[in-house]
Design a protein around this ligand. Structure first.
Ligand code: ZN
Ligand code: MN
Length: 458
């Protein structure tokens, strides 16, 4: 039997703010010393009062706008109660029925698929547990760090789309400066909700990379299909991804929202957004990855694959733009892009790089020599002229300077010359090679070929 995969994602990301979500503690979950960034508020001591971090809300609204969400005019926080040792208050401040953002979308697959976003809400992160032998230690540096939670509709139909969605979201969060979204550091966490052929939904957690999310979905698809084949029922549960065994493992049967006993957070006022505030944030959004890809192809005439590299590796793309403006010649953009992508220059100024590209295009350098110059530029930061002079790498393109050499090769090779004159034109390559060798690789092969052709006809 054929089964269809249906996936919805729940993605958490830590927002990059100065302070935590509801107190003035530093937002630095990776601080080396445990429990250094804590205070009575984020520890939930009795009598303390939280306050809302406006910067975190502003970042969340920007994320929502970048993902085409509607920003709810009214929004509020709710308490989500559950017991776990990394949760100092015994509840998490989250949002239940009035999230900040709703009804968004993200287009993936080069515009072919649109994944709807149900909601993005604001909440706080929990602490982290460290297991040492028999002991479990808890570090609350992360407790209270601003955390966004994005929930998609179950629009994803392949494991490949999981990777594309997660990567594009990660890129957008980085472009916005809202989060570094590094999954290995836990700054972004992906949970996968999977069902097959409209059956029971299973949630998979503990996924620490995009490739693990893909593998977890593929594993679950096979596991659920095999169970259905055997006539077994799929139970609604939370499973964990085991990165070593590459399997999912049952953790617990899933709580319904009733188990969390959500109720409005009494210590925080509801939030209200004016259209004007929202529109100001929208106007200040930076160029996003999708727009950049499209613009690089249109404006610079490079290929979509090159534009993709310059979008994902943003600094390289920014450097390319500087080189383009130094070059001031649209015909050289593709040559510059090819060199940048294959050689990944370091310590080179855009000006020097553009100079090298125009030398290559004017055939002042062979491609071998260009490679040597580029390496030397990376190593020393010197400008190309200096290196070409010092290493004597300039290509000889002046016909007058090559005539003697060409004549010498012709007189040394009577047999190939004879053959060429009889119509064996492929001999030309051999003769060009001889001249190149005699010039120590510095002659411009195209000029040499022209010279040979002229001489051997007359
Ligand atoms: Zn605190
Ligand atoms: Mn959450």
């Amino acid at each position: 039997m054929e089964y269809e995969l249906t996936v919805g994602l729940e993605i958490h990301a830590e927002l990059k703010t100065q302070s935590k979500m509801f107190c003035a503690c530093r937002n630095n979950p990776d601080a080396e010393q445990p429990n250094i960034n804590i205070c009575p508020i984020c520890m939930g001591h009795p009598g303390t009062l939280p306050t809302i971090n406006g910067e975190a809300i502003r970042q969340l609204v920007r994320v929502g706008l970048a993902l085409d969400c509607q920003i709810n005019e009214h929004s509020k926080f709710d308490r989500k109660s559950y017991f776990y040792p990394d949760l100092p208050k015994g509840y998490q401040i989250s949002q239940y029925d009035w999230p900040v953002c709703k009804d968004g979308r993200l287009t993936i697959d080069d515009g072919r698929s649109t994944i709807q976003i149900e909601r993005i809400h604001m909440e706080e992160d929990a602490g982290t547990l460290k297991h040492r032998g028999k002991d479990t230690l808890v570090d609350f540096n992360r407790a209270g760090v601003p955390l966004m939670e994005l929930v998609t509709k179950p629009d994803i139909t392949s494991s490949d789309q999981i990777a594309k969605f997660a990567k594009e979201l990660q890129l957008i969060l980085r472009y916005l400066g809202a989060s570094d979204a590094d999954m290995e550091k836990g700054q972004m966490r992906v949970e996968v909700n999977i069902s097959i052929s409209m059956g029971t939904k299973v949630e998979v957690k503990n996924i620490n990379s995009i490739s693990s999310a893909v593998k977890a979905a593929e594993y679950e698809f096979k596991r659920q299909a095999a169970a259905l084949e055997k006539g077994e029922k799929i139970i609604q549960e939370t499973r964990g991804w085991d990165d070593i065994k590459n399997i999912t493992v049952s953790q617990r049967t899933k709580e319904g929202s009733a188990d969390y006993r959500y109720f409005p957070e009494p210590d925080l006022p509801p939030m209200h957004f004016e259209d004007e505030q929202i529109e100001r944030l929208r106007a200040e959004l930076p160029e996003l990855p999708a727009a950049r890809r499209e613009r690089f192809v249109r404006e610079y005439g490079i290929t979509p694959a090159q534009a993709e590299i310059f979008t994902v590796t943003k600094e390289l793309g920014d450097f390319f733009e500087e080189v383009v403006s130094e070059l001031g010649n649209a015909k050289l953009n593709t040559l510059a892009a090819n060199y940048l992508i294959t050689k990944l220059p370091k310590n080179i100024t855009a000006e020097n790089f553009a100079e090298l590209i125009s030398k290559i295009s004017h055939r002042e350098l062979s491609s071998t020599a260009a490679g040597i110059v580029l390496e030397e530029m990376s190593a020393t930061g010197k400008d190309p002229d200096e290196i070409i002079r010092a290493k004597d790498l300039g290509q000889i393109s002046d016909a007058a300077a090559l005539v003697d050499l060409v004549d010498a090769i012709i007189s040394k090779n009577p047999k190939p010359v004879e053959d060429y004159k009889k119509g064996k034109t492929e001999v030309l390559k051999f003769l060009v090679g001889q001249v190149m060798g005699a010039s120590c690789g510095k002659a411009n092969p195209e000029v040499v070929a022209e010279l040979l052709k002229n001489k051997l006809v007359h």
